[in-house]
Design a protein around this ligand. Structure first.
Ligand code: GTP
Ligand code: MG
Length: 314
């Protein structure tokens, strides 16, 4: 049951995906009665694929539902929706691992943001900074996108509006050197969380991908465990391409988590399920808008309900 305003906000923001999935489910059956035959299962699988759950998750869900139909009573579109919420939750729960600042020796917690161009890395870095600031932590931002014109100013402008420091050099500077400066500054100031923005890079570009390795190496020279978190940002609207992005970044830098953004603007929110099914990483947050507060801690069951349009989500 989604009880708080954040969750109901999620329900509202995912309306495009929900419209696609729940409209499709309603169309599976004539009238109110569900009669399960192979054609219904095929249609259901098509609906899941269209909502971008990917082949692996869609097949797994349909075969789990077949099993449920054999053992429990599913005889209405509503009971099918509930069963679907359960099955989605089984997959999504594996990724439900919040990103908390550990108490104790890890200070600063270093979070490196990575991803292809335009997915929302800088915006998500700012949203995360605001989130940690709100929970009482000191935060510093590192402007390691020295590649795109105006990238530094973009982060600085977020920093100014939040009252959060931004460690930056000039456009064209060595990104790894900025990362080094940022970590030194965070250490000397006793900052709780350092969030490092990085330049967008296509996952198929080997040279650009290798540059990320340099940022990581420089950080780990100052603190062997840094970066403690490497978060891939993916745009939900890219659909199944998000899976190849995740595979490439995982291979190059190793990921601890994935933030899926722009879930407010696409009917393809099911990609979150595909990612949770295929990658054993956390999905700590999802992005549901351009504003600083449009970040939601990922909660598997609420997300499943919001996807399916199940009544408990309202
Ligand atoms: N609707 C919506 N827009 C978002 C979300 N997250 C980011 N954006 C928008 O996406 C656009 C790109 O965001 P950036 O944060 O600049 O993306 P980036 O990955 O840093 O881009 P590069 O640094 O150029 O690779 C901006 O217009 C953001 O406002 C989201 O969750 N929902
Ligand atoms: Mg950026």
């Amino acid at each position: 049951m989604a009880s708080d305003t954040e969750s109901s906000g999620l329900f509202a923001r995912l309306k495009k995906t929900r419209a696609s999935l729940s409209g499709g489910l309603a169309g599976l059956f004539g009238g109110n009665r569900v009669h399960f035959d192979d054609a219904v299962y095929d249609d259901l699988e098509d609906q899941l694929l269209m909502a971008d759950l990917g082949v692996e998750a869609s097949t797994a869900i349909v075969s789990a539902l077949r099993e449920r139909v054999r053992t429990t009573q599913i005889d209405s579109p509503e009971s099918l929706k509930e069963a679907l919420v359960d099955e989605l939750s089984v997959i999504l729960t594996t990724a439900e691992r919040p990103l908390a600042v550990p108490s104790g020796d890890i200070r600063p917690l270093v979070i490196l943001m990575v991803g292809v161009n335009g997915v929302g890395k800088t915006t998500t870095a700012a949203k995360l900074a605001a989130h940690f600031q709100k929970s009482g932590h000191s935060v510093l931002l590192g402007a390691c996108d020295t590649f795109r014109a105006a990238a530094i100013e973009q982060l600085q402008s977020w920093g100014e509006s939040l009252g959060i420091g931004v460690i930056a050099q000039t456009h064209g500077a060595d990104a790894a050197a900025v990362a080094h400066d940022a970590l030194s500054a965070a250490k000397s100031r006793g900052t709780d969380v350092l969030i490092i923005d990085s330049a967008g890079r296509q996952h198929v570009n080997a040279d650009l991908m290798a540059q990320l390795g340099k940022i990581r190496r420089v950080l780990s020279k100052s603190d062997a465990a840094a970066p403690h978190k490497t978060l891939l940002v993916v745009d939900a609207g890219t659909g199944q391409n998000a899976l190849s992005q995740a595979a490439a970044f995982e291979k190059e830098v190793g990921l601890t988590g994935i933030c899926v953004t722009k879930l407010d603007g696409t009917a393809r929110g099911g990609v979150v399920v595909a990612l949770a099914k295929q990658f054993p990483v956390a999905i700590p947050f999802v992005g549901v808008g351009e504003g600083i507060a449009d970040l939601r801690p990922f909660q598997a069951r609420d997300f499943a309900r919001a996807l399916v349009g199940s009544p408990g989500a309202e």
